[in-house]
Write a protein that binds this ligand. Structure first.
Ligand SMILES: *[C@@H]1O[C@H](CO)[C@@H](O)[C@H](O)[C@H]1NC(C)=O
Ligand SMILES: *[C@@H]1O[C@H](CO)[C@@H](O)[C@H](O)[C@H]1NC(C)=O
Ligand SMILES: *[C@@H]1O[C@H](CO)[C@@H](O)[C@H](O)[C@H]1NC(C)=O
Ligand SMILES: *[C@@H]1O[C@H](CO)[C@@H](O)[C@H](O)[C@H]1NC(C)=O
Ligand SMILES: *[C@@H]1O[C@H](CO)[C@@H](O)[C@H](O)[C@H]1NC(C)=O
Ligand SMILES: *[C@@H]1O[C@H](CO)[C@@H](O)[C@H](O)[C@H]1NC(C)=O
Ligand SMILES: *[C@@H]1O[C@H](CO)[C@@H](O)[C@H](O)[C@H]1NC(C)=O
Length: 790
């Protein structure tokens, strides 16, 4: 019923575009201090502002069918907490008129964002912190009890046993969240594990449409699976006998298995809308969440135009809430990291020491190794079969020719594919969907080959037919073999789950990478965490491939993406917050970053899956998260709101733009620092050529302040590794602390020779600085970039 109403609303939303020109949802930021006193409430003022607009345009807001039917104000959302203002459905001229209205600070188009598994829309798996390996952090944190993690995602399947309340203490008394009931989501859905659930569909209803064939249920219920997966990764209680179709069998448990989950459903089949994300930030902060986890992102837009960054600023600075977010799946190219504001903990993805190996044996005896989650008992497996390249199978229709190599549905000629194993290229369509295309064309098996940019990273998929994903160099061999052999043949074999894989971790090819598209002076991502082949809970109303013809239902699913790595850091943050309730979000993030490790389980430098070479900081940030060491960092880099304002001023954001983010008036003429002086736990400096000094040497001084988090007398000594071609001096090189909360300052003098670069190019070298008291190590990567502008 509810569901039908929803689609009805979507149909109506087409009307105004036809009659009055295209409407879009806009987020309007307002200076609430300017509210004239004649208006009894902000809402009344906003409504009046909107009505005055419509008087001068061709429509009135009363006719807007997108508006909440219970009032005719035209307002969609009123934001109160992390943001001041409202959202409304407007035509472009109306939006322009609003921009010049007194009291209005900014008007931003409400863009849809995507879940971070979209590039690798496969089904990966997670075995999180194991209960058989008790560790100190888990016990000192009481497994996260008393900490509420807000999960902004596709909702949750509350019937999953990962969200059972057994043994779960009550939420903290400050918790004010509520349980919004609706279809498939009765009041009994919430309990001491799932302490809050809401949904935010206003932006979506006004600005989006449901994907063909998808069911959007207007309640916090998760019809997709992604939100159930991320929530259980954070705080799922232990579930015995878990596996995905037999893969990765064992106990499934969240990272903080006694933490509380509050679900804010912001993603629908047609996307996740900025205004809904902002409204969810508002609610999560008002409700009293301690951590916000967001595995959703769009492009790396300027901070004041990005609702995630605006919402996260208030959460971090005014409400003490750490925001952990995914760096996106658009790697391995440069500047692909998203959710990069300096007050967000940006999480990239890496492999774990588990994989799902499968082999491709070519007729000439060559064996290529890959990965697969294919689990069927298909009789065609493990025998010699004819092999063909999808690009040679195109059905003759011209428009489809270039799609065939990617195995899009309907592009493969069944007469040519029947009974064969088909080699498809990775990209363009979801990998599992390629399997469906081959199956529909009568193929009996499939190989998916990485393209050059995908490198050697393979993501295991729960294919509907026997299929293996292989890396770029293996793919080249398969291509060569097919194109030089008269009757190529192949044999696929599947080897289940392998653990203790070395090397691990390895930075995932798809993980969004720096440098930051918004600031050269902040290394992003901040940290990497497990994000490949992660097993976690799944909804029982969606198949593990999310493909409609896939009728399988599984209790768990194996997924890969930074969507999976972000909830690991959210769960770790919950444990740290439970252990150290007095730590600020800046202290929590500093602890996570400065204790990260940069060596794999062979003791070598972390590798990058995309190249097979050593990974750099643009890929792994400060390194791989190390929860036990993060619990006892010794020293942290604290950050205040003023530090961030100074950073934004020195980054040349205008006072108006900064006000959009901070909600307070700022005066940049008082700025005191350079952007590299933000007291961030990592350091990035850039030399813009031509060199500004006469000597040909370039020097900058980087300021940092450390705060002790231990009540102890301790002496820390500095050490460092200089980036190649760079000279560094740390002054002083010894810091003495005698109590918790004590602060000490130091500077890093960084100098380098100009060198020569071609116009429009840059080059970065990496090093680090580190403080140690003999037991603890507080490490910060240093990036030095030479940049030659055009
Ligand atoms: C939606 O899917 C159905 C069934 O697959 C198809 O007939 C219809 O044309 C699709 N509609 C759109 C708008 O793509
Ligand atoms: C198959 O495709 C490859 C690459 O597109 C091409 O070089 C080759 O000639 C094709 N073979 C046949 C038999 O069409
Ligand atoms: C999901 O599965 C559980 C347990 O089998 C069942 O209680 C619940 O009703 C199912 N939910 C849906 C939406 O099918
Ligand atoms: C990996 O390193 C080798 C040796 O330094 C280099 O030749 C190669 O270009 C690198 N590969 C990539 C993809 O960067
Ligand atoms: C800000 O603008 C000043 C003056 O134009 C310029 O020197 C400086 O490099 C800019 N800073 C940044 C971070 O872009
Ligand atoms: C900003 O601060 C400067 C220096 O303190 C002062 O001269 C100026 O009037 C201030 N500007 C505003 C808009 O308050
Ligand atoms: C640090 O040393 C001083 C002087 O020896 C002593 O008075 C103080 O109690 C010590 N502080 C701690 C936390 O041990």
């Amino acid at each position: 019923m509810e569901n039908r109403n929803f689609f009805l609303l979507l149909c109506f939303s087409l009307l105004p575009s036809l009659i009055f020109g295209t409407r879009n949802v806009y987020i309007v930021r307002v200076d609430n201090d300017l509210k004239p006193s004649i208006f009894p409430s902000l809402k009344a003022w906003y409504t009046s502002t909107l009505h005055s607009l419509s008087a001068t345009s061709t429509t009135t807001f009363d006719q807007n069918p997108n508006a909440n039917p219970s009032d005719n104000s035209g307002l969609l959302h009123v934001f109160r907490t992390v943001f001041h203002g409202f959202s409304a459905s407007l035509t472009a001229p109306e939006a322009d008129a609003l921009r010049t209205t007194p009291g209005v600070l900014s008007v931003i188009w409400d863009q849809p964002r995507q879940l971070h598994t979209t590039r690798t829309p496969q089904f990966l798996g997670l075995v999180s912190g194991s209960t058989s390996k008790p560790n100190n952090l888990i016990s000192s944190a009481n497994a996260g009890a008393g900490i509420v993690v807000a999960v902004l995602d596709t909702g949750i399947d509350p019937t999953h046993r990962s969200f059972s309340a057994a043994g779960q203490p009550s939420p903290p008394s400050k918790w004010k969240g509520s349980c919004q009931v609706g279809p498939s989501f009765p009041a009994t859905s919430c309990n001491n594990k799932l302490v809050g659930a809401r949904f935010f569909a206003t932006g979506f209803k006004a600005g989006g449409t449901s994907k063909n064939g998808s069911t959007d249920i207007l309640s916090p219920y998760d019809t997709n699976g992604h939100g159930t997966h991320t929530a259980s990764t954070i705080a799922g209680c232990p579930a015995d006998g878990a596996s995905f179709l037999g893969f990765a069998a064992g106990v499934a448990t969240g990272i903080a298995p006694r933490a509380h989950v509050a679900v804010y459903k912001i993603c629908w089949s047609g996307g996740c809308f900025e205004s809904d994300i902002l409204a969810a930030f508002d609610s999560a902060v008002e409700d009293g969440a301690d951590i916000i986890s967001l595995s959703v992102g769009g492009g790396p837009t300027p901070y004041h135009l990005d609702s995630t960054s605006i919402g996260a600023f208030s959460a971090f600075n005014y409400h003490g809430v750490l925001v952990s977010a995914s760096s996106g799946n658009d790697g391995p190219g440069a500047m692909t990291a998203t959710n990069i504001a300096p007050w967000i903990t940006t999480v990239g993805a890496s492999t774990i020491d588990r994989r799902f190996p499968a082999d491709v044996k070519l007729g000439d005896g060559t064996v290529l190794s890959g990965a697969s989650l294919y689990s069927g008992k298909d009789p065609s497996v493990d025998k010699w079969l004819p092999l063909v390249y999808a690009g040679n199978l195109s059905s003759l229709r011209l428009g489809f020719r270039s799609s065939a190599p990617f195995c899009m549905r309907g592009t493969l000629d069944p007469a040519a594919a029947r009974g064969k194993v088909v080699l498809c290229e990775r990209g363009v369509v979801k990998r599992a969907e390629k399997g469906l295309a081959v199956k529909e064309a009568g193929g009996v098996g499939m190989i998916i080959s990485n393209q050059f940019l995908d490198g050697e990273g393979v993501v295991p998929d729960a294919h509907l037919l026997p299929a293996v994903d292989i890396g770029f160099s293996a793919g080249k061999k398969a291509h060569e073999y097919i194109h030089t052999t008269a009757s190529p043949t192949v044999r696929l074999s599947f080897h289940g789950t392998q653990i203790e894989v070395k090397p691990a971790p390895v930075v995932a090819s798809f993980s969004g990478r720096g440098p930051s598209a918004q600031s050269a002076f902040i290394i992003k991502p901040d940290i990497i965490a497990p994000g490949v082949g992660i097993l976690a809970a799944w909804t029982n109303s969606s198949s593990p491939t999310e493909l409609l013809p896939d009728e399988r239902r599984t209790e768990f699913n194996i997924l890969s993406g930074t969507s999976m790595s972000c909830p690991h850091v959210s769960g770790i943050s919950a444990l740290l917050k439970a252990t150290h309730p007095d730590w600020s979000p800046a202290a929590l993030r500093s602890a996570i970053m400065t204790t990260a490790y940069v060596n794999d389980n062979l003791g070598r430098d972390l590798l990058d899956e995309s190249s097979g070479n050593r990974s750099v900081e643009w890929a792994h940030g400060s390194g791989h998260v190390d929860p036990e060491r993060a619990a006892d960092p010794g020293l942290v880099y604290e950050l205040s709101t003023d530090d961030y304002i100074n950073f934004l001023c020195s980054s040349n954001y205008t006072e108006l733009d900064i006000r959009t983010i901070t909600r307070t008036a700022v005066n940049c003429s008082q700025k005191t620092s350079k952007p590299w002086d933000l007291n961030y736990p990592s350091i990035s400096v850039m030399m813009n050529q031509p060199v500004p000094t006469s000597s040909g040497n370039f020097e900058i001084v980087v300021h940092r302040t450390l705060t002790s988090v231990r009540d102890a007398n301790s002496t820390y000594m500095a050490s460092m590794k200089e980036p190649s071609g760079v000279h560094m001096v740390i002054v002083p090189d010894k810091l003495v602390f005698s109590r918790k909360g004590e602060k000490q300052q130091f500077v890093v003098k960084v100098s380098a020779n100009a060198g020569r670069l071609q116009a429009g190019t840059s080059r970065t070298e990496f090093g680090y600085i580190s403080w140690t008291d003999g037991e603890r190590r507080v490490r910060s990567p240093v990036a030095f970039t030479w940049h030659q502008s055009f």
